[in-house]
Design a protein around this ligand. Structure first.
Ligand code: ZN
Length: 262
């Protein structure tokens, strides 16, 4: 029982995380990317149209970027008459706009929030999963330090997903990594660490029975048998037929009966 870890993530059977799509989602609208297809919100459009503004005539011009060798040119917004990005005669200054444009083009995709209906690039999910699997390999080989290290890496990557990506995905990945790490700590007899990770898993995914199982397991390790029983009962509220929890409940009840006899 102690050799088991938590490979099936919460909700893993219900849905993939979008990385089984046939087509890849690069940075939308990025350099060379396909044009963005964004639905215009009529209310937002109305609001924008209602803002007072004075249209300024402008042109687009291919301008060299200073101090680039070989010279790089970029499309810039310039005044219509003099083709200058900052023109006193026309009383326009497009420097800020051009700077922002240059920044958006140069910035790595993860620095720019994608439009709301776009799936995150699949690479991150793959790296998070690869770290988890490296952890599992070490776990099976009984190499606990390396297992813990890889599960930690997997959790760190999941937690450092950009804030605009689906929080549920990050929560699932983090919960799986910490659940596995709890199992690794348990195998090493590091029960306090195993308990801390199990509690984090429950905080992330309360309905997932694995978290409750790991918590009960750690509490038994700490010889807190009655609390372990409560933890199992907590978990069974979410899935009364869970085999792992029901088996462990029997095991714990035997321990409690022995305690009473002593
Ligand atoms: Zn001008």
């Amino acid at each position: 029982m102690a050799h088991e870890n938590c490979n099936h993530g919460p909700g893993e059977h219900h849905h993939g995380h979008g990385h089984d799509h046939g087509h890849s989602h690069g940075p939308p609208g990025g350099p060379g990317g396909p044009p963005m297809d964004i639905q215009v919100d009529p209310a937002m459009q109305l609001l924008l149209d209602s803002l007072p503004h004075t249209p300024k005539p402008f042109a687009l011009a291919e301008m060299p970027i200073p101090n680039t060798q070989p010279p790089i040119t970029q499309v810039m917004v310039v005044c219509l008459e003099h083709k200058s990005p900052a023109c006193e005669q026309c009383n326009v200054n497009f420097t800020g706009l051009n700077y922002m444009h240059q920044f958006l083009r140069a910035a790595p995709p993860e620095a720019i929030p994608p439009p709301p209906n776009v799936q995150p690039p699949p690479q991150r999910a793959e790296q998070i999963k690869a770290a988890k699997e490296a952890g599992n390999t070490a776990f099976k080989a009984g190499n606990i330090p390396v297992a813990v290290q890889n599960y930690s890496r997997s959790a760190d990557m999941a937690l450092s997903r950009p804030p605009w990506e689906l929080a549920a995905v990050s929560r699932d990945e983090t919960a799986i990594a910490l659940c596995n790490r709890s199992a690794a700590f348990a195998l090493a007899g590091a029960w306090a660490n195993a308990l801390a990770d199990a509690e984090a898993v429950i905080a992330l995914k309360r309905p997932w029975t694995k978290g409750h199982f790991r918590r009960a397991r750690a509490l038994v390790g700490l010889n807190r048998i009655e609390e372990a029983r409560d933890a199992i009962v907590d978990g069974l509220q979410f899935e009364p037929d869970d085999k792992e929890l029901n088996n462990f409940l029997q095991e714990v009840d035997v321990k409690l009966a022995e305690q009473d006899k002593a």
